[in-house]
Write a protein that binds this ligand. Structure first.
Ligand code: FAD
Length: 389
């Protein structure tokens, strides 16, 4: 019989509306034609043409696509998730670019910003004419951002920002950085044009994961900002956490894209590869691996679509986002690694996307809340006991 694509077996398309499917298909076409042909090269050289890509992604309409107004498309949350899945089927680095732009930088301004901040930045960020980044993590404070040392102090009406942020996606190429800092009155967010004196963003090199993504340190050396730079509607850690929730939601779908691409690659390879005079796909051990992986992929997709529907109805809770992020990233990295075994030696090269996906997912496992932190969130929901410290 004719082989069936893993998600066809589950008929998950049945759960997706026509409009959302059309958006998904447009993003898939973009990834097939504009990302897949070049991404191996970007990964190998550790460089990404961020500006050109941002413009193309802006034209495609995926930057801040689930936000309303200010040049954003205002799609459903499910459509946004499906777009993340297609982008990450290309590479987690491309999805990261879009997540950071739309869910972190733009969402922070959209949700917590003043009308002037929104007018100034959102249309340009949506069009991909400007690039945004989001600085929360510091060298000594990742899982526990509340301990941050970056400070904003007042000088007359102005604010002066001092400190270091670490592992910031898009940092070196950004036009605007949303930076979180401790003030005398809780943690606050600031909209920082990156040409402000005292701001610099050296790129972090020697990465073995997310190589097709720019990752940087942010150095804030007495950066002077006007009073209007503060995000008026965010006070305390709930501000940045609300943005992380948005990006994590995208990862629930996104990670499955990397898994799906790995699995489809492994199936195609196993059908073509002759071993002991038969296709590798015809051996029972291979089929057991493929069946188990398809099951996890399909279960992950059902979970993602369920959470997407909750989000579209305004019901999604942050501990449910943790369920999705923990499961889908954990299963996706397991799938990518297992697919690598099916490809044998060929699996370790950039000729195939599989090990690139597996390596990328190492970052995805760690950022936006590590797996351990999401376990603790779920543990707290189940027991009422916080075990973070
Ligand atoms: P740590 O917090 O030091 O954790 C180390 C280990 O300890 C982990 O296994 C962790 O799960 C475990 N651990 C921590 N706390 C507990 C606990 N209570 N109990 C048990 N175990 C625990 N940040 C941004 O602000 N903006 C970005 O754009 C951004 N982009 C990134 C891009 C990449 C490629 C990467 C790798 C990271 C990025 N990050 C970004 C940072 C990311 O969010 C942090 O790396 C993450 O929060 C983990 O922090 P950490 O690396 O300091 O690890």
């Amino acid at each position: 019989t004719t082989p069936l694509a893993p998600l066809r077996l589950f008929d998950t398309d049945h759960l997706i509306g026509e409009e959302d499917r059309a958006i998904r298909d447009a993003v898939r076409h973009f990834v097939d034609t504009k990302i897949k042909p070049d991404v191996g090269q970007w990964y190998e050289t550790g460089s990404l043409p961020v500006r050109e890509l941002a413009q193309e992604l802006g034209e495609l309409g995926v930057l801040g696509m689930h936000l309303e107004g200010y040049g954003c498309a205002g799609t459903s949350a499910t459509a946004y998730g499906l777009a993340c899945m297609e982008l990450e089927a290309g590479d987690s680095g491309i999805r990261s670019l879009v997540s950071v732009q739309g869910s972190l930088a733009m969402f922070a301004i959209w949700k917590h910003g003043s009308e002037e901040q929104k007018q100034e930045w959102l249309p340009r960020l949506a069009a991909g004419e400007a690039i945004g980044c989001f600085g929360l993590t510091e060298p000594d404070f990742g899982s526990n951002p509340g301990g941050m040392r970056t400070r904003a102090r007042r000088d007359g009406d102005d604010w002066i920002l001092t400190g270091n942020k670490m592992w910031i996606t898009n940092g070196s190429v950004a036009d605007v950085a949303v930076v979180w800092a401790q003030t005398d009155d809780r943690i606050r967010g600031f909209v920082v044009p990156t040409d402000t004196p005292g701001f610099s963003a050296p790129e972090i090199k020697k990465k073995l994961s997310l190589r097709a993504s720019v990752t940087s340190e942010l150095v804030l050396d007495e950066v002077r900002l006007p009073a209007s730079a503060i995000l008026p509607e965010a006070a305390g850690l709930s501000g940045p956490l609300s943005c992380l929730n948005e990006a994590r939601y995208g990862i629930i779908f996104g990670s499955l894209g990397a898994a799906r691409d790995s699995l489809e690659t492994a199936i195609t390879y196993a059908l073509e590869r002759q071993i002991f005079d038969r296709p590798l796909a015809a051996f029972q051990l291979t089929q057991a691996k493929l069946a188990d992986m398809a099951l996890e992929l399909g279960k992950g997709m059902l979970l993602a679509l369920h959470l997407g529907r909750l989000k579209d109805e305004g019901l999604l809770q942050s501990n449910q986002v943790s369920l999705g992020k923990l499961n889908n990233v954990r299963e996706s990295i397991a799938i990518a690694r297992e697919c690598r075994t099916i490809l044998g030696a060929a699996g370790i090269t950039l000729e195939y996307p599989v090990m690139r996906h597996a390596n990328n997912l190492e970052s995805v496992l760690t950022y936006e809340g590590t797996s351990e932190v999401h376990q603790l969130v779920i543990g707290q929901a189940l027991t009422g006991e916080a075990a973070f410290r």
